[in-house]
Design a protein around this ligand. Sequence first.
Ligand code: C2G
Length: 725
Amino acid sequence: MISIIVTHKKSLAYLEDALGSIAEQNYKDIETILVYDGNEDDPSGLVEKYKDDAKITMYRLEGKSGVAAGRNLGLEKAKGEYIMFLDNDDYMCGESLKALVDTMDDDTDIVYGQVRNTWFKRAAYVTGQAEAYDGEEEVLANIDFNNYFDYCIGRYKRFQKVTVLGCLYRKSLFEKYNITFNEEQIYYADVQVMAKLFGNARKIKGTEDAVYVRRRHNDKQANPSLSQATLYETMPSLFSAYREAIGETSNKQINDYIQYMLGRFIAVEFPRRHKWGEEPEWKNEFFDELIELAKNINPKVLKGKDLKLRDVNYIKTFIKGDKAKIIKKQKSLLAMRKMARMFTDKKQMYKTITLYIFQKMPLKENWIVFESFMGRNCSGQPKYIYEYMQKEFGNKYTYIWLKDRKGIKIKGKHKSCKRWSLKYFYYMNRSKYWVTNMRQPLSIPRRDETICLSTWHGTPLKKLVFDMEDIHSANPKYKEVVYKQTRGWDYLISDNPFSTEVFQSCFQFEKEKILESGYPANDPLYAKDLEERAAKIKKKLGIPQDKKLILYAPTWRDDEMYDAGEYKFSLALDIDRLKKEFGDEYVLLLRLHYLVVDRLDMSSFGDFTKDVCNYDDITELYMISDMLITDYSSVFFDYANLKRPILFFMYDLEKYRDVLRGFYLDIEKDLPGPIFRTNDELVEAIKDIDKITAENKEKYQQFYDRFCCVDDGFAAKRVVEKVFK
Ligand code: C2G
């Protein structure tokens, strides 16, 4: 029998995946020992739900706390011949236990399977999307799965990463060598246990058919995982792990590895913390402790891996333990590293120039940097704030636009520069104001006096940042990064009371800094001469005045990615069909999201389609369109100001809502138009657009009252008066 030990403290949503994955195992000779630590998120309901299939017995951890204590209690209670650990935020694939047991034989003590990392819940992993994001393929491609040392231990660049998860252990191995988890150790209690288990096992075998899925956490603020603590917080545990692991086994490969990892820590992690770390321990206790531990390192183990010669020399000085000499060597080590970075990394060089030169120059009180959609166009709130300021203040301010694409046309006297150029660093650091509609990179040095007016770029339908349980994003530290970036916002514009509410939770942002001004980009939608302006735009685009326009503006999909900030798009709209049905009456404007880099070949549709993906300003496209088709994009909140028909083409609704994002609104009830899944339905609706409009009139009005209630054509004025006094 296999005893599966699950420790649980928080988050029932995670635990449900874990227990569900046990319940669905095709190997049935199991027991689940669920150790409940604390009194939050009581798992009794889930135990009831899964108790028959997962054969769960629950124990409460009394008088102590922590994963180590939980696992020890589990080991004590386990009746099985084999042990498996499952963290409550992880899960297994359905065949995993059978594959592990089938691989076990009489003289084997440990069988390991594959350990995969993911940001996804079980539903998403099963659909096969997980692997693509983790960048793990590359690391694993260079490792021979059948070499247990490389796969289970050696692949980790940090000693702390070694884990007992994903293996099946013969219980007698724990008993024979009296192996338990150190309950005093808050972090990394796995590490020395792993070294002892692997170091003492008679035989170790692997099976690629067993997959253990580790879920990474990307919500450090709301739901931290143990591994997200800072290095400072975990140092006592790390010392304890090294103390207990060093020399605990006669297995040379494992012993060498531990010493090497300690050396690597001394050279790679310690010097900058000793020099610049705020906490005094880096200069005192931690320094002493490392010197003591370093005595166990045999310099021979340092060769031939990823340490540079200067690192090895530094470690050797450390082993000798003369503090003055270590500090002296450390100085030159850090200087050499900085030099190397300066010459190989342009951004680093510009950053240094900024810190030493640009930031010493006086701040320009009347300089304003404008950026819309990472410099990919000139649109949105920044454009309309800029135009208002040009009109009201003219040369009183110097306006600087960030442009990342050729052909962006901007009216009025202004300067411009490319993102990430030296000029960019210069302007960002000398200008008092930044007006931007997206987050700004943290790697740009910023002065305390800078005022950042963040305009954001839409009322949210799809859940954002801290309101999302799982982030299917390219950046592993997404939530942490967003948190830091949004602290840099001095003002945030909101279009309606609903956004004001949501922004407080999704960005964890203070209400006092939110300006519920309405959107400057929606000002033109209230212009008295809207019709004349629209006619001019149509003419500029070469569209006959007698043609009616349908704007198709879908959003991007988190799971269709090339690279960070670059997404694919597969068109589900049947343009051929639309052309046949409506070619005489309409022109279709096709506008993909700015994060989508795919471009569609529409040459076969002749004059029926107009590619407006690179058209700078979507507000102008709203002005000329008689109808909008969209999906989950926030474009409809803005378009609704025009009170023109909106149709929702949500061909992938289940995936988008249930797996990728989730919504803030009840889309069946709250949207200002009907939802369609198929091209057939959509075509019928366009044919009957007057009827559809009449049917949705009341819903539309309610929507308008809720979301368009602030916009009135004067939002730019309100914003400018507040921010620029
Ligand atoms: N947009 C565009 N063309 C599209 C889609 C969007 O120009 N086909 C622009 C619009 O200005 C829109 C903004 O990008 O308001 C945001 O687009 P979303 O599709 O909503 O996506 P995202 O960039 O993820 O913004 O809170 C805002 C959103 O929910 C998040």
